[in-house]
Every structure is written in C-alpha cells, then in structure tokens.
Design a protein around this ligand. Sequence first.
Ligand SMILES: Nc1ncnc2c1ncn2[C@@H]1O[C@H](COP(=O)(O)OP(=O)(O)OP(=O)(O)O)[C@@H](O)[C@H]1O
Length: 606
Amino acid sequence: MNPLSSQCGGHTDPFTDAAALSEGDHDNILESTLPVGDDASLTLSADGVIVTDDGFNDSEPRLCGFFPTTHAKTIPFFHILNAQLLNNTISIHYVRPKRPKANSKVRLRTLIYPISASADAAERWIARLLDGAYGIAQRSKRIKVLINPFAGATRSQVIYNKQIAPLFEAAGCEVDVEPTKYRGHAVEVARDIDVEAYDVLACASGDGLPMECFNGLGHKRNAMEALRKIAVVQLPCGTGNAMSWNLNGTDEPSLAALCIIKGIRTPIDLASVTQGNKRTLSFLSQSLGIVAESDLGTENIRWMGDFRFTFGFLVRLLGKTLYPIEYAVKTEIESKDDIKKHYARELSHLKHATETLPSSHMNKELEAQSGSGLPPLRFGTINDPLPPKDENSGWTRLESYPNLGNFYCGNMCWMAADAPFFPASLPNDGMLDLVTIDGDVSRLKAFKLMLAVGNGTFFDDEIVRIRKISAVRVIPRFGRPMEEISSHSLQDQATTTSSSNDNNNNDTTTISPTSTAPKPPTGLLQRLFAKVASSGKTGFFSVDGEQLPWQPFQVEIHRGLGTVLSRTPGVYQYEGPRGWRDVEQQQNIQQEQGEGAVGQMGSVTS
Ligand SMILES: Nc1ncnc2c1ncn2[C@@H]1O[C@H](COP(=O)(O)OP(=O)(O)OP(=O)(O)O)[C@@H](O)[C@H]1O
C-alpha cells in the first residue's frame, strides 16, 4: 500500500479517475454503454468496464466460497491493456489476476464481440476506454529490454518470454530485446542508446542491471537529457528486486510488467559516489558494516540460499563486531519527529499537485542544465578538502566513529521484500536517509532490531539514528583492500587512490573489524563461524547491492536526476514512518489556527 492511497481516495490514482463520466454530462452518459453481441453490453463506469453478458464466463477471482451469480463483471481500468475495432468487431486486451491478492500473477485475456452500434460510436467508446485505462501514463511505450540470463534463479529469459512479452505485445508496446553477455554490458548498451528511439530501458534482472543502466546513461555526453528522457525500470527476475518493490509494490514479473505498461514517468534522486577519480551513480543504497558484510561477505556460504544473509548477520551480531570509520555528514534533517513532519509536508504537496505530477516534480535547476554531462558535484569528490564546518556549510567535521555497527544510506524505502529499512524515504525530496547503529549494543537489543525492520518499529527504535542528509564522506578504519589480501601483503598500509589526497583524509590505516565478544562454539559450528567471519579481513562497501572497491568514499545526492516509471508518482509503495499522519493532523490544526488568527487580525485591521 502506498501512503497516498487511503489519504486522498481516487484522486491520486489516474486509473480510477472517472472525469469523463462526470455527472450532468448527458452525452457522455448516453455513450458510455456500447451494445455488443446478441444480448450483451460494455459500460464505462467510474472504475472500469462493466461487461454484461450471460455468456461471459471469465469470472473474477472469488473470495472464499462466495460465488457471484450476476453476469455483470467489472474489469478495472488498471487491468485494461488495449482495445481495437476491426471489421465491426471490438477486441479488448486485459489482464486477470490469478488469485485475489495484491501481489498475484496476472494473465492475459481478450474479449471479442461484434458491435451493434455504429463504427464511429464504437471508436469514441474505445477512445474513452483508453483514456480511463491510461490516464496521464504514456501509451505504447518504446522499450529496450535487457535480460540478465544469470539473474536470480537464471530463469529470466523464460520468465520474460512467458509472463512479460505477451503483455507488452498486447499493450502495443514497441519492444527490442537483448540479453546481457557479460558483467558491465548494460552500461555499454545504455551509454550507446539512441535517446530519441526509446522511452524505457527495462531490466529483466535484479538491482544490478538498473544500476548499470543509470551509469551508462550517465556516461553520455548529454547525460542529463538522457537520464530525463529514458526511464530505467526493473522487470523483477533477481533475488532482491528492490526497485520493483519500491515503485510497483511487487516482485511478480507479470504484475510488474503491467505496472510498467501503465507506469507514469517520475523523476528520482540519484546519488554520486566518488572513490579516487571514479564517480558511480547509485539509485538505491550505500552501506558498510553488518548489513553489507552479511550480504557481500557471505558469498562463500551461498549453498545456504537466502539464509546465508541471516546467518552472516547472526555471526556478526553474536560477535558484536565493530566497524570503525571516520565520517563527516551534511545533515538536512536531524530528528525523527522533524523527518515525519517533512514526510507529511511532502505528501501534502503531492496531494494537491496530482494533475501536474510528472512535471511539477522535475528539478528545474537540472532541466535548465540539460545538454551537458552529469551535473557538477556541489561538494567536490573524496579527493577534495571538506567544506569548512560552520553553520552555513551544514557539514560536521570529520569525526571518529569507533563503535559503528551499521552504516546504511538509503534512497528508497524497501531494500528487499519484507525489509523497509527507510520508511521515510521519498523518491524526489533531494535527500538520502542515513541510518547508523552502534555495534556494541546488547545482543538482545540488536536481535530485536533485526525483527523490528519487518514489523515497522525500526524507525522509532531508540538505538537507530536516522538523519536526512544531502552528502556524506566516509573513511573506513577497518578492512584491507581485496588486492592486498590476495597478494598476501602483511603490511598495514595506506589505501592509495589513483589521485592525490589534498587534505590527507584518506590515508587509512587498515585494521580488522574488532570483536568485543568471547569466541563462538567449538567444532563444526566454530569452523562455519570462522569461515563466515574470516571475510572480515577485507571490508565490503555495497552500492545498490553491488560490491565497490574498499576505499574511502563520498556520496552526494542529485535531486530528480534520474527517471523511472511508477505506479504512484512521488511516493514509494509503503505506508511511511509510523505516526506521520498524526504529525500531519497536528500540522493541519496548527495551520487552521494560524489562518484563524490571521483572519481575526484581518477583521480587526480592516
Ligand atoms: N551474461 C552475464 N554474465 C555474467 N554477469 C552478468 C551477465 N549479465 C549481467 N551480469 C552481471 O550480473 C550482476 C548481477 O546482476 P543482477 O542484479 O541483474 O542479478 P542478481 O544476481 O539476481 O541480482 P540481485 O541479487 O541484486 O537481485 C551485474 O553486475 C551484471 O553486470
């Protein structure tokens, strides 16, 4: 569920807008029913098409034991893909959910009827049907599909052919499919894509390919224009599929395909991560510490399946592992209450701007700079001196954080299914949500925290520090670069970058993560613990779930630099941080009181 759905009823959902059937529009009402077949009709309603036909047996999913006897069925506008009139026959392509649940697979269906009305009347009816079905979403999108044959359970090609391609075809999308042949291939495809020839780059993959696509577009000479014109989307075929969860609330490939067919172009913030002389674009997250280690540092126990993450997490949690760093932050919103207020304010703006959503959320500054490469970095790279710590710069000084347990910076809400780590994250507020957690909290507290992510209490937990930030610099004080370990170097030496470091900030002395706990059990379990914990010799820096070099880094956010397709523009598919509606109500009351006071003053002065 997204936070706007219960708040503003149908107003934010372009597919339930029945503006075309407004009361009093007599002609519209008359023309909303199309007589078809011998004794059937198709009627446009506020929510979709009502099919009245004794012979229509394509029943909607039924709720436990309830068998409707009526022969009138509604196909929601959101499920309508296309409609055509050919030789006095109307055909309507639509999808039907396999099961009556929000995250169900959908299947292609077609209704075919001879028309009893005039062809002109039928064409007008189809035009109104498609207006309802697409709202402000672009129809017949031109899509370049990239398929990673090795994503997830290596079934992406089969999933695409069976579940996705038929829907794209039925919806009249122009599609060009290319499997990726090697790591980094998607970067090249996106870099070379003709931005006038396509609207969408769709990745049948995990989150790795979308990241590559953003970076490929970022390599173009007209990077900003390319990132604005080409929407990067995910057809979820990986293990994580965070992008699809956030923008469409699903990891079902067929349902995600429907959401992309109906998707509304939406700007999304992208972050620049600089390391040495390299600049990488990130759409999802940057992390180090327990989460990054539990993901990237458990490759050697892949045989455990998805449980490897939990196991890696528990090993580090039981070991109370610390990941010392130095860091400087440019904080925008410091307290949790203020973050909830910000969330409430942003949603209130959205509520009042739904008709003009896609353009109103474009970053005007970026639009003005189109035609050039990537936007300049406001805070320089990791190689530049930090802006001075003063009230104007908003930066903290470089501080030591010796007992860090988890550093997690998010640009989206869900990091995986059931893992809404950043409930207050918004697609286009120009801020990243930074979570930091100490590594020396009690094991019980840490364990409870792990469960708190799924049950929605994580945000308010006292041991979780959350800030909205626009930039951060991190210098790890643990772990060795991978090359150093593989060359058996025993020396602790500075992590060198290809460029000089003006302020000597990144002359890291590399040390191992420290453990404050007694040794784990002996025997087989001990060997397993040792195997998983041994990956701690190096450090793991995860960007969008992909491993980047173990080096100091600086992150900076760019408001609305990228473009995606979204089911509900302006929000992620999550209900938001707990209690934000109470904050909103308080704000409304205060606003009303303020207006009342102004009104009274007005009457005194007039
Ligand atoms: N043909 C290929 N051979 C080898 N690697 C590839 C190929 N195509 C893509 N890759 C690489 O696979 C990596 C992971 O991609 P992707 O995220 O799609 O899959 P995944 O493993 O399912 O991801 P996740 O676990 O994040 O869901 C990317 O770095 C990408 O460059």
